[in-house]
Design a protein around this ligand. Structure first.
Ligand code: MG
Ligand code: MG
Length: 285
């Protein structure tokens, strides 16, 4: 398959993907509610797994060769792919990123969020404030990307919009933000990862034409410093090279005849897209 192609999903298939998207959302919401100091990332993993299973789905992360957990839980300078562990215990003020995906009826969802662990932190107040700001910028950049997709003629307009927004925020906040280059978003459907690539930054080629039936996971991964990363000795965890904190936000988004629909947002993207004057349109069953 060339980079200009992707598997088109019809309305019936988008409705199945919505189901996978909402179960992914439910698992992430359950995790978010359980986040507090003293909780281990392995406990969060069980909450996500139990939530998916209770809704008739299973974790698609467990289908990835060599990965045995339901979520990835990445803390502070870890950007993505952190492995849940009973020894990773949350502290107040930590910047936590949770990524997970559900598969049901052969269709997939994929979504992630970041948050600062509530409570009185032993880290300096300025560090905790900067972590929240980094998460906010990353979340906003995701919505900038989704809004760009709604209006795009070609897919790579998404990454150009994300990069421009992040650069603007860096100058506004007087700090560095690094967009990861080697880790990007992707098409999604019968498998969690499929064509096309979804960049979080401007690239020279335009990418595939955006049209009905395109479903992508848009997922900016941003550090509060340089964009260089390394993979830790566990073979999975991606961490910033310079030790700067990192955030990760992700949604699975469908383009269809009627408009755009954020499959992993409870409201389909209504609130997130409102500032852009875009109203998401659900596919009718
Ligand atoms: Mg993900
Ligand atoms: Mg993804």
């Amino acid at each position: 398959m060339s980079r200009a192609e992707y598997t088109v999903k019809n309305s019936q298939q988008l409705l199945l993907m919505r189901k996978a998207g909402l179960i992914t959302r439910a698992a992430l919401d359950a995790v978010r509610k359980a986040v507090k100091p003293g909780v281990s990332t392995l406990e969060l993993d069980k909450i996500a797994d139990d939530t998916m299973n209770a809704l008739g789905a299973h974790s698609n992360f467990q289908l990835v060769d060599g990965y045995f957990h339901t979520i990835c839980a990445s803390i502070n300078d870890e950007v993505v792919h952190g492995i849940p562990s009973k020894d990773r215990v949350l502290r107040a003020g930590d910047l936590l990123s949770i990524d997970c995906g559900a598969e049901i009826d052969g269709w997939n969802g994929d979504s992630a969020f970041s948050m600062v662990v509530p409570g009185e932190s032993s880290d300096a107040a300025a560090i905790v404030v900067a972590r929240q700001q980094l998460s906010d910028v990353t979340e906003q950049s995701l919505w900038v990307g989704i809004a760009a997709l709604a209006k795009a003629s070609h897919l790579n307009e998404v990454g150009a919009a994300i990069e421009a927004f992040v650069a603007e925020k860096a100058s506004e906040h007087g700090r560095d933000y690094g967009i990861l280059e080697d880790y990007i978003g992707h098409g999604i459907g019968r498998t969690m990862h499929e064509e096309p690539a979804v960049f979080n930054y401007a690239v020279r080629h335009k990418g595939p034409k955006v049209g009905p039936g395109l479903v992508v996971a848009i997922e900016p991964m941003i550090t509060g410093g340089d964009d260089s990363v390394k993979v830790l000795a566990d073979g999975w965890t991606v961490s910033s090279e310079d030790g700067s904190d990192a955030a990760h936000w992700e949604h699975t988004v469908a383009v269809h005849e009627g408009g755009i629909w954020v499959l992993t947002a409870e409201d389909g993207g209504l609130a997130g897209l409102a500032p852009f004057g875009i109203v998401p349109v659900p596919v009718q069953g």
